[in-house]
Design a binder for this molecule. Structure first.
Ligand SMILES: [Zn+2]
Length: 546
């Protein structure tokens, strides 16, 4: 083979290789395109699946509502006409005067600014037709909003709307009279504005919605009992309406719960605990055993519902958190830690050592005495108000030697006990989690036990005892949101009912007017606003006097 032939052959081989490469690249491009297409399909399927899950959730709520209604009707046949739907759409500014008087979406309308006629004559009866009423006159708009320099408004009529409200826990009707005006210049109709409502077209005032939430999540009154209590006052509402009010309230207050979660994850420690939470699921004959996680620090309490107790769910929730998780030393928590550090609860082994005294009275008591002494130091420190660096120094000088002696004791005792001995299990548990159990010694932010989150469950436990179960997975999520907001407000020591009213008013139809970011509608922000209002009045008067 000559050199030229060899070169020619190499060039041919090169050309062939290039062709092959081009072919592979083309195939690669085709596969990439196909992959992108599959991924788009997958994303679309996921969206659809999420949508379907939401729909299933909503449908199961409806089924629960219908079942409850059916049961009610079977028990006592309907003696009254069917109730109107509770989210009666109400156009904020009806365009034509034809909407005045009867036939409008309002439960009741009057004319000519006279007091509204007694209910039940021709028009529909509202749910609280026999209730005492308070009359509120909405102010006439100062000038025409349509004319650039404001036309003069002429009063033409009065539109009357009736809402259910609550005054210090008593149900009342709120009769809102709004002047209907016509502009002298442009001749356009101008209505006085509605006072703040929880949602557009709501038949209920923020006070009423707040009372329903307060009764359920603070006073722990189950909805069926609440329905009877409201009916006794003259507000005869179907159970489905109460369920609907709770759902809308959870929607309104959900972002506040989200803000609490953000604040929790921004802090140094989070207490975590979980409890079972039975949930009724449409189509299942038994209750579904879901789980409720409580996350807390100081007054902040966030509850999250999970249908299953998987570490994945917890890990997802705690993703990115690099502080200390105070929890029971369960496998689930360990797997969910990620970047966080674990600190374990000493109340749990303390109880277990006590239980082990049944089989090993002397040794178990000896072991428990170490833990008892560590708790005694904490109790003294709490009483004396020792915290921060002083607490760290105290724990280092007094608690650390006890922990070291306890560890030596555990190591000595462990091999002496048979593996089946209940005390042996506790000894091994404490040794296995020694670092987590004694982490509090070096960090004054960490408590010796997880009692904060266990106390956080008291409200839930009472609620569960009274109400038994949530009506659906969706219902359980709403339960978690409202319980978290109410518990946080209660822990802050604010008037929970007043706070709920305040927050629902600010997050309802006048949200744009108030224009408050979520963090300024939390219970803590409310407490600040109340304190500032108190100071403001005092300071203003002082200024005048001086
Ligand atoms: Zn005008």
């Amino acid at each position: 083979m000559t050199l030229d032939e060899a070169i020619a052959q190499i060039q041919r081989e090169r050309a062939e290789a290039q062709r092959a490469l081009a072919q592979i690249e083309a195939q690669n491009a085709a596969l990439t395109a196909a992959l992108a297409e599959r991924q788009a399909e997958l994303a679309a399927h996921r969206r659809l699946s999420n949508q379907l899950q939401r729909q299933v959730g909503q449908l199961s709520v409806q089924v629960a509502e219908l079942t409850a209604m059916l049961r009610r009707f079977m028990k006592d046949p309907p003696a009254r006409p069917a109730e109107p739907p509770d989210d009666d759409p109400e156009p904020p500014d009806p365009p034509a005067p034809a909407a005045l008087g009867g036939g409008g979406p309002e439960p009741q309308s009057g004319k000519n600014g006279r007091k509204p006629k007694a209910p039940g004559r021709g028009g529909r009866r509202g749910p609280g037709a026999t209730l005492d009423a308070e009359v509120v006159d909405a102010p006439t708009p100062p000038q025409c909003p349509h004319c650039p320099d404001g036309g003069r408004l002429l009063a033409r009529d009065t539109e009357v709307t009736v809402k259910l409200t609550a005054v210090r826990g008593f149900i009342r009707r709120k009769i809102i009279r709004r002047p209907v005006c016509v502009c002298a210049r442009c001749n356009q109709r101008v209505n006085a504005e509605m006072p703040p409502l929880p949602w557009a077209g709501s038949q209920f005032t923020p006070e009423f919605v707040a009372l329903v939430v307060y009764m359920k999540f603070v006073l722990m009154v189950p909805l069926d009992r609440m329905q009877k209590a409201l009916a006794a006052q003259g507000a005869d509402l179907p159970l489905s309406t109460l369920v609907y009010i709770i759902a809308r309230a959870a929607e309104l207050l959900g972002p506040i719960d989200g803000e609490h979660w953000r604040q929790l994850k921004a802090g140094p420690t989070i207490h975590v605990d979980a409890t079972g939470f039975p949930v009724q699921v449409a189509g299942f004959h038994r209750l579904w055993h879901g789980f409720l996680d409580v996350f807390c620090r100081d007054h902040l309490h966030v509850y999250q519902y999970s249908a299953t107790k998987h570490a994945d769910g917890l890990a997802e929730k705690l993703a990115g958190y690099a502080g200390t998780i105070v929890c029971d030393a369960e496998a689930r928590n360990g797997a969910a830690l990620g970047a966080a550090v674990e600190a374990n609860c000493n109340a749990h082994p303390r109880r277990k050592f006590k239980d082990a005294a049944a089989t090993q009275p002397v040794l178990a008591q000896e072991g428990k005495s170490f833990i008892d002494r560590m708790f005694a130091i904490e109790a003294d420190a709490r009483r004396a108000g020792v915290r921060g660096e002083a607490l760290r120094a105290l724990r280092k000088s007094q608690t650390r030697p006890i922990a070291d002696a306890f560890r030596a004791w555990l190591l000595r005792v462990e091999p002496a006990l048979v593996p089946s001995d209940p005390l042996r299990k506790q000894v091994s548990y404490y040794l296995k989690h020694f670092d987590g159990l004694t982490r509090f010694i070096d960090d004054p932010d960490i408590p010796i036990d997880n009692n904060l989150s266990e106390r956080g469950f008291q409200m839930h436990a009472r609620l569960r005892h009274n109400a038994m179960f949530a009506g659906s997975h969706e219902g359980a999520h709403r339960w978690a949101v409202l319980l978290g907001v109410c518990t946080t407000a209660k822990r802050l020591g604010v008037d929970v009912l007043a706070y709920l009213t305040w927050a629902i008013e600010r997050r309802g139809t006048h949200r744009g007017r108030f224009n408050l970011p979520v963090r300024e509608t939390t219970p803590a922000a409310y407490r600040g606003a109340v304190a500032a209002a108190g100071r403001g009045v005092g300071a203003g008067e002082g200024h005048k006097a001086g």
